[in-house]
Design a protein around this ligand. Structure first.
Ligand SMILES: Cc1ncc(COP(=O)(O)O)c(C=O)c1O
Length: 400
């Protein structure tokens, strides 16, 4: 069998959206489909202001520009993330300060955030890993206490809810990704959200090459001028049309992803394979707390209290890096594309050059060594899922 790691859930609706855009001769940014996308995202998230952009990477750059990050500023962010989360700070001349993540949900650890705050700290960028949800109540409290901004790198998190509120709509600015691998995909794309009217005015200008072009298009000014620095971050209307078609299917996408996750959890969860207590330390188990994670061979994903995830990722945690390696090799040999995740930024050449580690990041290092992602996407066939679980169980049994 050949089972890919991910696949966009595209069909006739997306084809129709592209054809319609071609027929309408409208492919540049801020056309009718972009306007519809803004309304759709406002409705989905409750955010006051939405800006479709070319990617989450560019959205994060735009956020740092609007928040005025510059030389001498420090921004705390997880090391276990994509380079975009840190590059946006470095591109403004600021310093990313790497914080550790939590053992169970792989999101930034609020306790470590507080430890890393200095006089130079301006803000925090958090990553809702797998669409599970960072501890927003605690992070928001810390940010308020120290007068810091919070930017949500919500690349994984569209359609996910935490404590009744959409992830991406908690911070000063939130940024989604519509990259081809994401739950809502158009190839390359993203969106920036805010509820702050001052920030929205800045975002509008920086996104339009530093001009007040949008005010001109709304009939608010007679001509538009170059007012500040900026770049062209407009999402093509053709791609906005694809995102709109995807958003119409979001309930189906999330339902199907949840089904896949439930299948994995049900079929890979705790099953005593032996009465030998020594052997029982190496059986597949569902971790409910950190102590249990260490005791069992694999820990299945746990959902944070109050979180309604979108199952962007289904990540297993292995007892050791060696077990993870063997699992990876044997699953791939069986034709199942499984994958590790981010090489921690603090250990990468650019991370050492541009970032500040400020102490050890033991959980990040451990998670990198032991985390493996299983394929998850809508439209996975029962026989594919059954093959994945059977292949996984076979490898897990060979460990005990
Ligand atoms: C946490 C995180 N942030 C940002 C990005 C960048 O998203 P994009 O490809 O839309 O620029 C990714 C991409 O996978 C990501 O995982």
């Amino acid at each position: 069998m050949n089972i890919p790691f991910t696949k966009p859930f595209w069909g006739k609706e997306e084809e129709k959206a592209v054809v319609q855009s071609v027929r309408n001769r409208h492919a540049s940014g801020d056309g009718p489909q972009s306007k519809l996308l803004i309304e759709n995202l406002k409705k989905l998230t409750g955010a006051k202001y939405v800006f479709p952009v070319t990617s989450c990477t560019h959205g994060l750059e735009l956020a740092m520009l609007a928040l005025g990050i510059g030389p001498g500023d420090e921004v705390i962010l997880p090391s276990f993330t994509m380079t975009s989360t840190a590059n946006c700070v470095v591109l403004r001349g600021g310093t990313p300060v790497f914080a550790d993540i939590e053992d169970t949900y792989f999101c930034i650890d609020p306790v470590d955030i507080e430890k890393k705050i200095t006089k130079k700290t301006r803000g925090i960028i958090i990553v809702h890993y797998a669409g599970m949800g960072c501890r927003m109540e605690e992070i928001t409290k810390i940010a308020k206490k120290h007068k810091l901004f919070v930017v949500e790198d919500a690349a994984h998190a569209i359609g996910a809810i935490y404590l009744g509120k959409s992830l991406g709509n908690w911070g000063d600015i939130g940024v989604y990704s519509f990259h081809g691998t994401k739950n809502v995909a158009c190839g390359e794309g993203g969106a920036v959200l805010t509820n702050n009217s001052d920030l929205s005015k800045k975002l509008e200008i920086y996104r339009a090459n530093g001009t007040n072009r949008n005010a001109f298009l709304r009939g608010k000014v007679a001509k538009y001028h170059w007012l500040d620095v900026g770049s062209s971050y407009f999402l093509s209307d053709m791609l906005a049309a694809v995102v709109n078609a995807q958003l119409a299917k979001l309930p189906v996408i999330n339902r199907q992803r949840t089904k896949v996750a439930s299948y994995y959890t049900k079929n890979l969860s705790f099953r005593p394979l032996s009465r030998n207590p020594l052997r029982n330390t190496l059986i597949p188990g569902q971790a409910r707390d950190d102590k249990e994670t260490r005791k069992s061979l694999i820990a299945l994903p746990s959902i944070p209290n109050g979180s309604k995830p979108n199952w962007h990722i289904y990540a297993l945690r292995f007892f050791s890096g060696e077990h993870a390696d063997i699992f990876l090799q044997q699953m791939r040999a069986a034709g199942v594309e499984v994958s590790r995740h981010y090489v921690p930024l603090h250990s990468a050449p650019a991370g050492r050059k541009f970032g500040k580690k400020a102490g050890k990041l033991p959980v990040t290092d451990q998670v990198y060594e032991t985390l493996v992602r299983l394929p998850i996407y809508p439209g996975m066939k029962k026989k594919e899922l059954s093959f994945i679980v059977t292949s996984a169980q076979k490898i897990l049994r060979s460990f005990v």
